[in-house]
Design a protein around this ligand. Structure first.
Ligand code: ADP
Length: 176
């Protein structure tokens, strides 16, 4: 990083600078909490890239392609939301796609310490900003791993995930 250098990450379309952000996560699967954040971020920016981190070979309940398909289905009504995956460094994905900021959701103080460290590292690496949005209190308790655990034991998660995700969860868990 050169001190004082302003990175060129924003793309100009018809003379206007695109306010383009990325919302990264594992989305295994996407929940109503994620979706709430995606819709709110899409109101504030020209384009939101929702990206699934495909770095870790770590087995999820759903494959990366299945997560992408569910994300695409539930964001179909959002014309300025794009769904993609990334490998390697998120800041490199940002530079390649002319994205100037990362959006993260904060559910509780416990999210803060890790997110703060990541935000500072991403700024140090490539001068990519991180914007924090507070979770909708309706969904502040929600995380994908908890949804999967409850569903596995037969709990009703129909109000916690979008309908197509609920259908996929039932199918996957029934299949064992
Ligand atoms: P999870 O913690 O549900 O497995 P991810 O790792 O996919 O989710 O999280 C991706 C991003 O979404 C993180 O910034 C996380 O803080 C945010 N996030 C997750 N759940 C919620 C929620 N219920 N409300 C707001 N933001 C959330």
């Amino acid at each position: 990083m050169t001190e004082g250098r302003i990175p060129v990450v924003a793309e100009t379309v018809a003379g206007e600078t695109m306010r383009r952000v990325v919302y990264p996560g594992s989305f295994d699967p996407v929940t109503n909490g994620h979706l709430d954040l995606i819709v709110r971020a899409a109101r504030l920016h020209d384009e939101v890239f929702v990206v699934v981190g495909a770095n870790l070979a770590k087995e999820g309940l759903f494959s990366v392609d299945e997560r992408l398909a569910m994300l695409r289905e539930v964001t179909r009504g959002q014309p300025n939301v794009r769904v993609d995956k990334f490998r390697g460094l998120l800041v490199e994905f940002c530079q390649t796609h002319h994205i100037s900021a990362i959006v993260k959701g904060l559910r509780a103080v416990s999210d803060f310490e890790y997110e703060m460290e990541m935000a500072q590292m991403n700024y140090r690496l490539a001068e990519i900003e991180t914007l924090f949005m507070t979770a909708n209190p309706l969904y502040a308790f929600l995380r994908s791993s908890l949804v999967k655990e409850i569903a596995r034991y037969g709990g009703d998660v129909s109000s916690l995930v979008p309908a197509p995700v609920f259908a996929q969860l039932q199918k996957r868990l029934a299949a064992g």
